[in-house]
Write a new protein. Structure first.
Length: 737
């Protein structure tokens, strides 16, 4: 019988799927970058989930669309705004499909609409960590992920039901597929890039294509194959891109107009018009009928004239670019390291390709936002956050390496100078916010000066290497933590502050008072949230933070050989964690209840549907297809969310869509499908247009229909409620004789 030989000392490898569990069983085996990654997940989980249910529906325009989409497959596919399928939202449907799926599984609530956005934000941070770390090292990946996770406007968007959170996740997927295609030159990767770009287009149309010229150029310049093959790959990718991008639009436009909703935001009831107009060139050129036409800017839009300095204005910079000087300095050092000539064939490295991808993304959106003449709302700036964070992580590591290695070269001084300039820039941003300026500017200046002084001492201390290294590490640690202090403070502030406009969010602190900058979120008449909301939005995020803190404690204690020392460190660490947890809980309670909700609500009133109005409409309108007709979706959304019944938003989102003519409105009344017209002088936009038919319809209603006594349908008289007086609402009964 043949004998079986074995190799001494060799054991079969265990399944890779159990590797994570083995590491968690023995935390000492985890590397510090792995602990840092878990920390990123815990931090973003806390920032994006904590008290999330208190935001209600956020953007009620999209929330009412999801509620309508759950009512029928036709509404779901068309992204209908109202349950009757009269008009669509002015965006493509993919992000609403995702929210509808979550709402179907979890039940319709504000929280079920916001959870997918929070998860997308967390995944984006992890994906950016991977993309940067695989090229520039784990330290750069952690810094990039931390920077993105703490960017104030990114925190806002990850806690909101606008499409940008999902859009950023898909665009990071595009960057990942592109870099893989550049490194390997394989067709499947460039096709994956095109497919993801098509999905991104169906999240927010042409906004997703802003980066395409830069990304195409990266593949043309850096691809490993010969140029004809690269051109062929891009041609095939472009074909797939257009097929995926236009599939939904072509299907909808080929449905007869009478058998589908009116396309909200369009001027001729086609998705193609919506793509090229309202969601396309109209956003950049400020053309007639587009948002911000005429060059006007709202309180939630970028102030100032178009130009290269627009994004650095104090009221704008705090949204996203707290680290701009450091990013620029790091980019210069990175370019010096990786771009050493003009012969691309000799310098086609993954690092240079990644630099071109992130720089192309940053420059593309930076140019659009800087020179656009249409309205650029503040939350649009979140598109700058991923490239800024990526370049910050890679750049800071490069600056530190240059500082350490080139002690006799001028480039070694770039790091301390850049840190000092960045601190000065942050103080400049704070000048627009008096309370923040008074409390944080001295701290920023002192911390940065001490940190930079330590770095300078580390450069000049040649005789004592150990002291030189210690001084340098203290300096970079202090200066670095100071650079992220303000973005972190603004981000944490978003967990408590009262937003001016839940539809168009901004990361600015908003109204400041003598008592501080933290506000009370309990001002909304929130819908009932599911019973499990506290588990997801309080216990889970706090548990994530505690779990990672314990993991780091066990990892740190594992460094010591003596069991008694490990025991003492763990015991002391647990005591510190408990104390910090109790102090954090007390601070949260103080910040949450420190202000009266009634006073805050009076300072920043929010219009909610009057229960007496709903009761009157439902009691007198049992058979009509629509509960009432209103000017725009801003007035219709609260009624739809409250009742689940169709409300006719005649002019769409802006109140100017030509969705209904006066003759069609009169016919609907004659057919018994519509009876009540609710007219508000404060429609939210001031865009009631006679050209679109909206003004003509309500002029007819106010002239030929019977005005209803406000005492029958208003809970407050005009003398009793200033908030309701500002609306100047009138209800007309147009019942056909």
């Amino acid at each position: 019988m043949a004998s079986v030989k074995t190799v001494p000392g060799k054991t079969p490898p265990k399944a890779a799927s159990h590797r994570l569990f083995r590491l968690l069983r023995k935390p000492g085996r985890l590397s510090w970058p792995q602990v840092g990654l878990f920390g990123l997940i815990a931090l973003t989980g806390w920032l994006y989930l904590f008290r999330l249910e208190e935001l209600g529906y956020s953007n009620e325009y999209y929330a009412s669309a999801v509620k309508s989409m759950l009512g029928s497959w036709s509404n779901f596919f068309m992204a209908a705004f109202d349950p009757a399928g009269f008009i669509t939202v002015d965006k493509p449907p993919v992000f609403l499909w995702v929210q509808a799926v979550f709402a179907w599984f979890l039940g319709f609530s504000g929280l079920s609409l916001l959870i997918p956005q929070a998860l997308a934000g967390m995944l984006s941070v992890v994906l950016l960590y991977h993309l940067v770390g695989r090229v520039f090292g784990p330290a750069a990946g952690l810094l990039a992920g931390l920077s993105l996770g703490l960017t104030p406007i990114f925190v806002i968007i990850s806690r909101h039901n606008n499409p940008e959170s999902l859009l950023i996740l898909v665009m990071l997927g595009m960057a990942w597929a592109l870099t893989k295609a550049v490194e390997g030159g394989r067709l499947p990767w460039i096709l994956a890039f095109a497919g993801l770009a098509g999905v991104a287009f169906n999240l927010k149309m042409l906004q997703a294509f802003v980066v395409l010229p830069a990304f195409y150029l990266v593949y043309l310049l850096m691809g490993p194959s010969y140029w004809l093959k690269r051109v062929t790959h891009l041609a095939l990718a472009t074909l797939l891109l257009f097929i995926i991008s236009l599939a939904w639009a072509l299907l909808v436009d080929n449905v007869p107009a009478g058998q589908r909703p009116f396309i909200g935001g369009s001027t001729n009831n086609t998705v193609l018009n919506l793509i090229l107009g309202y969601n396309g060139l109209g956003r950049v050129e400020g053309s007639e009928g587009s948002p911000g036409s005429g060059g006007s800017f709202s309180i939630v839009s970028l102030a100032g004239q178009a130009g290269p300095l627009r994004l650095f204005m104090d009221y704008v910079a705090g949204e996203v670019n707290w680290l701009a000087p450091l990013v620029l300095a790091g980019l210069l050092v990175l370019a010096r390291q990786h771009f050493k000539g003009f012969k691309l064939a000799k310098i086609k490295t993954p690092a240079l390709a990644a630099l071109l991808v992130w720089t192309g993304w940053l420059v593309s959106f930076g140019l659009v936002f800087s020179f656009s003449r249409g309205t650029i709302h503040s939350y649009y700036l979140v598109m700058l956050a991923p490239p800024l964070a990526a370049l910050f992580g890679a750049g800071l590591v490069a600056l530190w390496q240059t500082y350490r290695r080139e002690s006799g070269n001028w480039s070694g001084w770039v790091l301390p100078v850049a840190l000092l300039v960045n601190a000065t820039y942050q103080v400049y941003i704070l000048q627009a916010y008096p309370v923040w300026n008074a409390r944080f500017s001295p701290l920023v200046l002192v911390a940065s000066l001490v940190g930079v002084a330590c770095l300078v001492a580390g450069r000049l201390w040649h005789t004592r290497p150990a002291l030189k290294l210690r001084s340098s590490r203290v300096g970079i640690g202090l200066a670095f933590s100071q650079q992220l202090l303000l973005p972190a403070a603004w981000s944490i502030n978003q967990l408590y502050i009262t937003p001016f406009n839940p539809t168009l969010p901004s990361a600015r602190p908003g109204m400041e008072t003598a008592t501080g900058t933290l506000g009370n979120r309990y001002i909304w008449e929130n819908p009932a949230q599911p019973a499990w909301s506290g588990l997801v939005t309080v216990i889970l995020p706090l548990g994530l933070i505690l779990a990672v803190a314990l993991l780091a404690l066990l990892k740190f204690s594992a460094r010591f050989d003596r069991p008694n020392i490990r025991r003492d460190i763990r015991l002391a660490g647990l005591v510190v964690l408990v104390v910090c947890g109790l102090l954090g809980f007390a601070a949260n309670q103080a910040w949450s209840t420190g202000r009266g909700a009634a006073a805050t609500a009076a300072a920043n009133p929010v219009s909610r549907p009057d229960p007496k109005l709903i009761q009157y409409l439902q009691a007198n309108n049992p058979a009509q297809a629509f509960l009432a007709a209103v000017t725009n979706t801003t007035l219709a959304a609260p009624l739809i969310l409250e009742t689940g019944q169709p409300v006719l938003a005649i002019g769409g989102y802006m109140g100017i869509d030509p969705a209904l003519s006066p003759e069609q409105a009169r016919n609907m009344v004659k057919e018994g499908r519509l009876r009540f017209f609710l007219v508000s002088q404060n429609n939210g936009f001031g865009n009631v247009s006679s050209e679109a038919g909206t003004g003509a319809i309500f002029n007819w209603a106010s002239r030929d229909c019977q005005q209803i006594d406000p005492a029958l349908w208003q809970s407050f008289t005009s003398n009793a409620s200033p908030a309701h007086t500002s609306l100047q609402e009138q209800l007309f009964d147009c019942r056909a004789p």
